[in-house]
Design a protein around this ligand. Sequence first.
Ligand SMILES: Nc1nc2c(ncn2[C@@H]2O[C@H](COP(=O)(O)OP(=O)(O)O)[C@@H](O)[C@H]2O)c(=O)[nH]1
Ligand SMILES: [Mg+2]
Length: 381
Amino acid sequence: MKPPKVLEQSIAVFGESGSGKTVLLSSFYGAMQEAEFDRTSLYNVTADDVSQGIRLHKNYLGMRNADKRPPTNKFRASRYAFSARFKGDSRKRASVDALRLVWHDYPGDWFEETPVNAEEGRRRVETFKQLLGADVALVLVDGQRLVEESGQEEKYLKLLMTNLRNGLLSLKDGLLADEGRLTNFPRIWVMALSKADLLPHMDVYDFRDLLIEKAGDDLDALRRAVGELVEADEALALGADFVLLSSAKFDAERIRVLDRVGVDLIHPMAAVLPLETHARWASLKALPAKVGDALLENVDGLAGLLVGRRVPLPLPGPAGVLAGLLGPRIAKAAADLAGGKLKQVHATALEKQEYAAATLAAFKLALEDAERAKVLLRGLE
Ligand SMILES: Nc1nc2c(ncn2[C@@H]2O[C@H](COP(=O)(O)OP(=O)(O)O)[C@@H](O)[C@H]2O)c(=O)[nH]1
Ligand SMILES: [Mg+2]
């Protein structure tokens, strides 16, 4: 039997303690264990680490059935891997059996407190290196803090951005010690309003405007700090994409897990945002070839799925030249699929039971819907 073919995306989630990371993870995972999800979806999702999965599911059930909040600081692990395995006939899977989502959880204290000693400093750099393969980072902005600081939100927002920036800069020397600026590092930083249910009148445009108005300079300083870490900072989007997230609706007594916002966009964002953005960046003339290749390499599997064609691996000689031409074209064709054409690709893939392709098309459609609903705002035109 051939080993299963898995395409992997990772996402790094940054949020201060109390900003909603554990609840978000539990809601994300628990929702996909519901019978209704199982009945209607093209894949099953499991946690690669079984006990991690059980803990998250238990958290979810506690919220759903007993209105109990997940215990705080229970999880020490900062890496969670989930696999979405496709149902149906394996011969029709067009070489992809599963999409894996790796979720890196960065606790806020990391960025709020300086390391106590050199050893701890080294350990932070080592742990941080785990996220170097992530294409997308989510920065959680705590909606509860915005409510508490209503009218003077800049107090909280500036501190949040500054802490994150200082945290990253403090890791800089350790991160760049080996080979200089990083080719693989999250280049898409999405600002996420967590606990969005507490601000029911705020749509994603209002959220963006608030951030820019109250902490635009700090956001820009954060962008420049990340720019100092990556090779070719023209391929960097920080402060361009925004999303609203609510893991559940928390009333005084009830926790309504079915009232979620944006949680179902996390996997689609991790897969689709790089696909669309990397294809565009790779066509920039000024970009070093090494960076362009790395950007395309991260998305060629997904692009091939959507346009129904595997991208050949780089080959020597004329074939290599051909692959070099084909890769960007396939990525661009996949990135450009939208609207009616995308719906067609989705319907055809469903009909042919090519579930991986259908899922990726559905991910893209979900982002389009979220934009229309003003839950997601993408910087791309
Ligand atoms: N209203 C609302 N409250 C939330 C939401 N997510 C988390 N909370 C609240 O925030 C608290 C801290 O969340 P938690 O996920 O433990 O934060 P963490 O420290 O970042 O892991 C929870 O106990 C809830 O009371 C949300 O989506 N909406
Ligand atoms: Mg937590």
